[in-house]
Design a protein around this ligand. Sequence first.
Ligand SMILES: [Zn+2]
Length: 316
Amino acid sequence: MRKILFVIIFLHIVLFINAQNRVRNYEEQISFIFNLSNKFTVYEMGTIYYSEHSYKMYKITYNQSNANNKKFLIVSGIHGNEEAPVYALRDVILTLDSQENALKNITVDFIYILNPYGFEHDSRYNGNGLNLSLDFIRVESNEIQMLLNSIKDTQYTGVYDFHEHGNSKSFFLYYYTRKNKQLAIEITEMIKENNFTLENEFVDVILKARDGLIYIPLYAKWYYEYILRAATTGIYFEKRNVKEVFVFEIPKLEDFLNRKTMAKILANYLLQEDRETIVEKNRVHINIIYIGIIIISIICIGIIIKRKIGKRTNGA
Ligand SMILES: [Zn+2]
């Protein structure tokens, strides 16, 4: 009996140690950022301390120098077990670094691995068991605190958060305002053109994916913000007036190389020099309205002047 008990306890210890095992090496994975050219600036955001290990956190900025550039934020690795986008974005960063005529008119902040503990332990959660993706209102984790601190003075044109979805065979994205719909459709069409399928089955509580799109209506935002107090990146940045906000869900049931390809083509699509952003589309829209008002005003003034002159000549 004692022997059996001993074996059971021993097995539990082994399982526990395995669960805590580091399956990936964060430092090794981020080592390339220190060899990037001067197109990139590497900021140390701070250090995350856990009992067994500490992690230095970095923001990597592409094209830091031009203050007038449109600014984008790309986040990956919030959930440590969603690794394909992390590897994909490493390639995207290295390509930007090596290209001769790379993008000059945009500035991009990469938060490459937001959850180093999760990345090393293949865990959805950070070292304190927190889901960082839902920590944008309470800000209980040091990881999210550091992220928000390091970007507090930046007004982004677009924020794109890369995730992977465990139960999906197909791609989908979350979008947060109606204004994003057209671009969201363009993105999913681009995914389809690359021979990947779009999710039509997945239901998030009551919001169903259709042709790879899930729209977050106002009531869902309020529910997350005021009742659950657990806003995602999407809800948080949309409130911060970022015009293009997307959370991408790459299907984890696809093989690794396909998932990596999907993340890469998404990043490359969004980071194009000449891509018309939603901000510019709105500006064009407002300009048309202004021009319309000016033309109508001129016509009205013309009619009034004409009538007054008419009255005077009649009076004479
Ligand atoms: Zn995720």
